[in-house]
Design a protein around this ligand. Structure first.
Ligand code: 13P
Ligand code: SF4
Length: 314
């Protein structure tokens, strides 16, 4: 059937029909391909997407993002069918923090309060006291009493940035994102030299050196909000370039420049996020597969620190 749907217009129409038939809600992260952003009912950062997943009364959630995001949707709204167009859409950060090793790390620091970035598996969430996202990490860490030592996992770059923002030392897990780690400092400086009027804006998953050059640092939604409210007309964007699609829609008269990876590669695109395609969306809505399944115990344990995050950041 998929092969008979040739044009983009026909595919969009098919997605609409399937969503109505299945009472499905399409949630998409800003790093998705443009064609997926175009068909989504809601586009957001990981915190906003979690909230949408929790509150929806749709029967099916089709999560166009990566696995940990769809898993979080299932944890928050377990009675819904949660689909992801491609089950292989993982995350290097989540992969760098296996649950068993994480448990050992926690056991080595028994008196610590465990804060995990939402980019981790349900198993890691289940072993955490509090979940955060890049948009609320600084505020949440500030809420933990000063005398309580903190473990922060799995992103060391986000962790270090939070340390700098809060003046609070934490035990950091040694993980990072393959996408945000590969932006080329040399290419960034070249761009800044050619466009001295541009501001550099960055996601906190970038390394400390790149963040050091940045005029503004924030989650994907915060970056989008910043470019809409700033008087500046040109931005060098240090995050996955999917977000630039929305920036250009919201601010068509401003200029947005993306930064290539080391050696000029286009590895600034997240290879996991980009596994999702409109054809896989149609397939997924047609077959109601692949679905996210979680065992009850993990789901219930992981819900506690996620709920705590939503309460503390509301
Ligand atoms: P946001 O929370 O800003 O959406 O970031 C998620 C992510 O995976 C960044 O790489
Ligand atoms: Fe994970 Fe990095 Fe992709 Fe975000 S951009 S989903 S942190 S691999």
């Amino acid at each position: 059937m998929l092969t008979t749907l040739s044009t983009k217009k026909e595919k969009i129409e098919q997605v609409k029909v399937l969503c109505e038939e299945e009472k499905a809600l399409i949630l998409a992260h800003y790093y998705q391909d443009e064609e997926i952003q175009d068909i989504a009912h809601f586009i957001g950062d990981s915190l906003e997407l979690s909230r949408k997943a929790e509150e929806t009364d749709a029967e099916v959630i089709l999560f166009c993002g990566v696995h940990f995001m769809a898993e979080t949707a299932k944890i928050l709204n377990p009675n819904k069918k949660v689909l992801i167009p491609d089950l292989n859409a993982g995350c290097s950060l989540a992969d760098e923090c296996p649950e068993n090793e994480f448990k050992k790390f926690i056991d080595q620091h028994p008196d610590h309060y465990v804060i995990s970035y939402i980019n981790c598996s349900a198993g890691v969430k289940a072993n955490s006291d509090l979940i955060c996202t890049s948009s609320n990490a600084v505020d949440l860490v500030k809420k933990i009493p000063q005398d309580i030592p903190i473990i922060f996992a799995p992103d060391k770059n986000l962790g270090r940035w939070v340390e700098n923002q809060t003046g609070r030392k934490m035990k950091l897990w040694d993980g990072s994102c393959i996408v945000h780690e590969t932006f080329s400092e040399e290419a960034l400086l070249k761009l800044k030299t050619t466009h001295p009027d541009a501001e550099i804006i960055a996601h906190p998953e970038c390394n400390e050196i790149l963040l050091g050059y940045s005029d503004f640092i924030g989650s994907t939604s915060k970056l989008l909000y910043y470019v809409q409210t700033s008087d500046v007309k040109k931005f060098i964007v240090l995050t996955e370039p999917g977000i630039i699609y929305q920036m250009r829609i919201k601010e068509p008269n401003k200029t947005f420049l993306d930064v290539p990876g080391i050696d000029g590669c286009s590895c600034n695109s997240c290879p996991y996020m980009r596994l999702n395609t409109i054809d896989k969306v149609i397939e997924s809505l047609t077959t109601l597969q692949p679905q996210i399944h979680l065992d009850k115990e993990t789901r219930e344990r992981a819900l506690i620190p996620i709920k705590k995050m939503l309460e503390l950041s509301s």
